[in-house]
Design a protein around this ligand. Structure first.
Ligand code: ADP
Ligand code: ZN
Length: 602
């Protein structure tokens, strides 16, 4: 059976070898055991359930939370010549009849279905009349109430164990926290599942976090490093999504908004364009993302902080699924810290839940301020050791300086104390710097002994200190009192001068020069022209077939063609990503392009 798996990999998918983990996972499923797969985005989870489902007799059921995701996967599989379909509300009567007919003829190999649809009693009953080869539960962390994507319908899935007692189940997720892992096994009632945990490192993603000073200008400078490439810009609010997208358009970029408040048709259209065109920037709230399988997203930018490390990892994980270099870039400042803390504190959730949220936010804020390699604490958060600094994050590339902030912090803390712990950062900083504003005089703060003790400190430096004191837990911004700064217990030893404090120096020029390391930028002019022709050929074929370009071939496949200059079917089959079906469909067109190119060079 393993030979069959290998044959499918090379002939149908066109890949040379399995990625780490894939083969063992496939083997376990083929033996009929339950499996839990934890693998980062882009790791190659889909193959892990598709191949055993294709080999075992019967229909493979794939449970997937989103319609868009199903359609994309099914369309990709059809390009490979695999008989896959989805069952959801978008099908009309005719399509449904065809689906049923193909199931009855035992032709259908994979059926994608949403949990709420699957768990309807009549659907379950109907499916029981078919042989089922395997049940794959994708995005399985949706079953965890503590996670960020909890879906009620996922909780019903434990019934599958009784309905299909002999069918192996495979749960897959890119969320790695031990908590969600436990929830998945329990709530799905997996039976002694074999668990496979792959490294969660995404070495091709470069992480950087910078201080926000002029968000739009910083964003434009960042995007300029990704000319004509696709990316996502995340914002917290719908309003900001729209204004940012509109503004990018005025700067000559193709930017589209995406948030849950847009009409369904517009959302669908924007998503469609993002998938099919080159160089689209999607400006979005977190409503955009789960299940976006586009492999060539070259950057993810955060103009606002996400709520947790999990959310950050998930959102940035949408970059670089194809393994090519990609950027995860984020900017934030004091206001973001105060605002987000208040949002958590003011939420109507239970105290337990709020404490949980608070801890998650604190972990993220702490990570923003790290002075060592960013990848190490990121992976550590998910329980994975990373011994070496990565060399591909902002702190590795330009290590931040630290400075002795003991004195300055003491002065600031004493201003907080002497103004009665009733004021926000603005007033405290004015008192510290000795500014006689109306509000300062109104409260007679100019008569305090601490007034002006920090005259020598610039406003930027002061807000950097407040931000870092908040993040490190010396101060809290009280949500009940409009963000009034209050001291915590850990502030005391610092105020009394018993401990010293080093803080991170905020770099002024926060943008890293991004060294282009993508392969095609290293090629000669003539190869560059071949690259353009290959891409044009791909776009034409994609449009003719009504599919996104990456479903014809990935960038990596085109790059290999550009380097290898295949001139026959058998040479083309050697290229990674070219399987038999795609050779038949698209092979001639690409061979023609390469041939013409070689002739013009001769
Ligand atoms: P995930 O679901 O884990 O995010 P996918 O299953 O979508 O990842 O796979 C990511 C990309 O890697 C896809 O383009 C897929 O075709 C490709 N891929 C998967 N397995 C292999 C392999 N063994 N060799 C080469 N490419 C692979
Ligand atoms: Zn690093």
């Amino acid at each position: 059976m393993l030979q069959q798996a290998q044959a499918l990999l090379t002939q149908t998918y066109g890949y040379d070898e399995f990625r780490p983990g894939q083969q063992d996972i496939i083997k376990t499923a083929l033996e009929g055991d339950d499996v839990l797969v934890l693998m980062p985005t882009g790791g190659g989870k889909s193959l892990c359930y598709q191949i055993p489902a294709l080999i075992r007799p019967g229909i493979g059921l794939v449970i997937s939370p989103l319609i868009a995701l199903m359609q994309d996967q099914v369309s990709s599989l059809n390009q490979l010549g695999i008989n896959a379909a989805f069952l959801n509300s978008t099908l009309d009567q005719q399509q449904k009849r065809e689906l049923v007919a193909s199931m009855e003829r035992r032709e259908l190999q994979l059926l994608y279905i949403a949990p709420e649809r699957l768990m309807q009693p009549q659907t379950l009953q109907w499916l029981q009349s078919f042989e089922i080869s395997l049940i794959a539960i994708d995005e399985a962390h949706c079953v965890s109430q503590w996670g960020h994507d909890f879906r009620k319908d996922y909780l019903l899935l434990h019934q599958l164990r009784e309905v299909f007692p002999t069918v192996p189940r495979m749960a897959l997720t890119a969320t790695a926290t031990p908590r969600s892992q436990l929830d998945i096994v329990q709530n799905l009632q997996l039976q002694q599942p074999k668990t496979f945990v792959n490294s969660f490192d995404r070495p091709n993603i470069r992480y950087s976090v910078a201080l926000k000073n002029d968000a739009r200008k910083q964003l434009i400078r960042f995007i300029a490093q990704h000319k004509e490439e696709c990316g996502v810009v995340y914002c917290l609010s719908r309003k900001k999504v729209e204004s940012t997208a509109a503004w990018l358009v005025t700067r000559g970029l193709t930017a589209l908004p995406y948030h849950a408040g847009l009409p369904v048709e517009q959302r669908a259209e924007n998503l469609e364009r993002f998938l099919r065109e080159d160089g689209i920037i999607m400006v979005a709230t977190v409503a955009f993302g789960m299940g976006i399988d586009k492999p060539d997203v070259r950057f993810v930018a955060h103009l606002d902080l996400p709520k947790s490390m999990e959310a950050y990892y998930q959102e940035t994980g949408r970059a670089g699924r194809d393994g090519e270099p990609a950027d995860a870039w984020m900017i934030y400042g004091l206001n973001d810290v105060v605002q987000l803390s208040q949002m958590v504190d003011r939420s109507p959730a239970s105290e337990d839940h709020k404490r949980n949220e608070r801890q998650k936010l604190d972990a993220l804020l702490g990570w923003c301020e790290v002075t060592q390699c960013r990848r190490q604490p990121l992976l550590a958060y998910f329980g994975e050791p990373a011994p070496e600094p990565c060399g591909n994050c902002d702190t590795c590339l330009t290590p931040p300086k630290t400075w002795d902030a003991t004195e300055a912090a003491r002065k600031l803390l004493s201003c907080v104390y002497r103004t009665g712990q009733r004021f926000g950062a603005g007033q405290v900083i004015d008192v510290l710097r000795g500014k006689e504003t109306d509000k300062v005089i109104g409260h007679q703060h100019h008569q305090l002994s601490c007034f002006g003790v920090g005259q020598d400190l610039s406003p930027e430096r002061c807000s950097s200190i407040v931000r870092q004191l908040l993040v490190r837990g010396f101060l809290v911004a009280d949500a009940e009192r409009y963000g009034a700064l209050t001291l915590t217990d850990s502030a005391r030893p610092l105020l009394r001068g018993e401990v010293s404090l080093f803080l991170r120096e905020d770099s002024r020029e926060s943008l890293l020069k991004h060294k282009k390391i993508r392969k095609h930028t290293h090629v000669s002019d003539e190869d560059a022209s071949l690259w353009d022709q290959l891409r044009a050929c791909r776009k034409t074929l994609a449009d003719e077939n009504g599919i996104p370009p990456y479903q014809v071939f990935h960038d990596a496949t085109l790059m290999e063609m550009m380097e290898m200059h295949p001139s026959s079917d058998s040479e083309l089959l050697q290229i990674s990503g070219v399987g038999e079906k795609k050779l038949e469909k698209f092979g001639d067109a690409f061979l023609e392009v390469i041939n013409q190119h070689l002739l013009s060079q001769a």
